[in-house]
Design a protein around this ligand. Structure first.
Ligand code: DC
Length: 231
């Protein structure tokens, strides 16, 4: 059994995983690990190098020769609204990986089995020695199957689209709600239908529907559960 306390959170895109995990980690003094950022950083690398996103061997080779670091944002420079800081070969790419193009690219590289193996191993190493709130699409059943607490966060497609739409608008991206719904449906399809480790709910996961809950309420619910497990 692992020494660290592990909270594993899975769920579809825009269910609130990032914000909830970050706040929860902050409250508990745990490390927040956004595994989606690792798939995004890989997509960014491949896009910059002009490598086809389905060229598995080249994508994996590129990642393996690069240095990818992740940490909680350091004040004051990094407290600019980001949830996590991602450094790629010494460059702060925390915002560069958040574009629509990288989001789309990340769900394409995420279907590559060899790449998944490399990233899963990195994630397991991170969680072995420190308390974590780790979120993604395969954390509860592939990365941390022995986690102390497993959660599946979900929300209606309307609630998810509305949240994502607000995020886009705040970043100055002019996009219609219909386009956002379409984008989310396509991402769901890729995440849930891929051959390797498709997103699904494990039997021992606690399923939380966040459609009608405030972020703070969800964080409080989970923190109370963690307290009860510690006793
Ligand atoms: O959570 P996100 O949107 O940043 O994730 C980017 C992509 O990476 C998304 O399409 C799903 C994929 N992903 C994955 O396959 N496994 C994870 N553990 C995390 C993300």
């Amino acid at each position: 059994m692992h020494q660290s306390f592990q909270i594993a959170i899975d769920g579809p895109v825009a269910a609130g995983k990032g914000t909830i995990s970050r706040l929860l980690a902050q409250q508990l003094g745990f490390l927040y690990v956004d595994t989606g950022a690792m798939y995004r950083a890989t997509a960014l690398l491949a896009l910059r190098e002009g490598i086809n996103l389905d060229d598995e061997d080249r994508v994996v080779a590129l990642l393996e020769k690069s240095k990818l670091e992740m940490r909680n944002p350091l004040p004051p420079k990094e407290t600019d609204g980001r949830l996590t800081t991602v450094i790629l070969d010494g460059e702060d790419v925390s915002w560069a990986i958040r574009t629509q193009k990288c989001g789309d690219g990340s769900s394409k590289v995420a279907v590559l089995p060899k790449l998944r193996r490399v990233l899963v191993k990195k994630q397991q190493e991170i969680a072995a020695s420190q308390n974590v709130v780790m979120e993604g699409r395969d954390i509860t059943f592939r990365v941390l199957p022995d986690a102390n607490l497993k959660i599946f966060l979900t929300a209606s497609i309307e609630a998810r689209a509305e949240r994502r739409h607000t995020q886009y608008l705040s970043k100055g991206v002019n996009i219609s709600i219909e386009e956002v719904i379409q984008e989310i449906k396509e991402r769901d399809e890729r995440d849930m239908q891929r051959d390797t480790d498709p997103l699904h709910i494990v039997p021992d996961a606690w399923v939380i529907d966040t459609s009608n809950l405030e972020i703070e309420e969800v964080v409080k619910l989970i923190a109370e559960k963690v307290d009860s497990l510690h006793q």
